[in-house]
Write a protein that binds this ligand. Structure first.
Ligand code: PEP
Length: 256
């Protein structure tokens, strides 16, 4: 089954509202008619930028979705500083990243938290981008596949196959994020294929074939083509290279 590729930008904690609007406008100015049918494009700015960025894309009628970088699983209540799924849904977020390694490392996000977030998002009509990936220590130990598959099992525990299909998994080796050291296409393919195998065990082969697995970790215009040519890599989750319109648009074009 042919899967529609996806290119998503993770802006992390970058861009004030003014900067975000300029970047969104620059992406929108370079929009290609083929995006609509041939690739899912999304940017994930900081919370405060979501509505202004969404407004730019809506005004320009550009098929570029917005996503959040995190969410809390409760719908409302005394959770100071948190943002809920209904809040993101009202803005029109189509996507939300969960389990990014920076959240796991700096904010103590556990596999159980990732699962609660993914479930709340799916129940609330937002598609999760579930991030998994090993540290250099795990890779050196030779246990990458077991480690990543355990993260996938935990993230998707208790989720029904018809809901799981809406999620995307992003394989992001921690040692490749923001380091300029990309996984080789063979390394990335090996893990993305194992992720698909794990999804198949949980949700059946047909669902696993339909689900998208992205690669993230220093993906750029120079290395994207070879990564995207691998059979189990269906697109990218892009950090640094998504902060400039020209490099992000070039990565989207690489999916066409
Ligand atoms: C990320 O943080 O999701 C990421 C892939 O970052 P970078 O592209 O900068 O390595």
């Amino acid at each position: 089954m042919a899967r529609k590729p996806m290119m998503a930008g993770n802006w992390k904690m970058n861009n004030t509202i003014g900067e975000a609007v300029v970047l969104a406008q620059n992406i929108s100015n370079n929009y290609d008619d083929r995006w609509e049918d041939q690739v899912d494009v999304a940017v994930c700015p900081p919370y405060v930028d979501l509505k202004p960025v969404k407004t730019v894309f809506e005004f320009d009628r550009v098929p570029c979705a917005v996503g959040a970088q995190n969410v809390f699983w409760e719908p409302s209540g005394a959770y100071t500083g948190e943002i809920s799924v209904p809040m993101l849904a009202e803005i029109g977020c189509a996507w939300c990243i969960v389990g990014h390694s920076e959240r796991r490392i700096y904010f103590g996000e556990t596999n159980e938290d990732v699962n609660k977030k993914a479930r709340a998002l799916l129940d609330g009509g937002i598609n999760p981008i579930v991030c998994v990936g090993e540290s250099l220590a795990v890779r050196d130990e030779g246990t990458t596949i077991e480690f990543v598959c355990a993260q996938v099992r935990a993230a998707f525990a208790g989720i029904a196959p018809e809901q799981a299909r809406r999620a995307v998994v992003a394989y992001e080796p921690i040692w490749a994020i923001g380091t300029g050291r990309t996984a080789t296409p063979e390394q990335a393919q090996e893990v993305c294929s194992a992720i698909r195998g794990q999804l198949g065990e949980m949700f059946g082969a047909e669902a696993a074939e339909a689900m998208r697995v992205l690669y993230g970790g220093s993906m750029n215009v120079g290395n994207a083509a070879l990564l995207l040519a691998e059979p189990d890599i269906d697109g990218g989750l892009i950090g640094g290279a998504s902060l400039q319109a020209d490099s992000f648009v070039a990565l989207v074009q690489a999916c066409l």
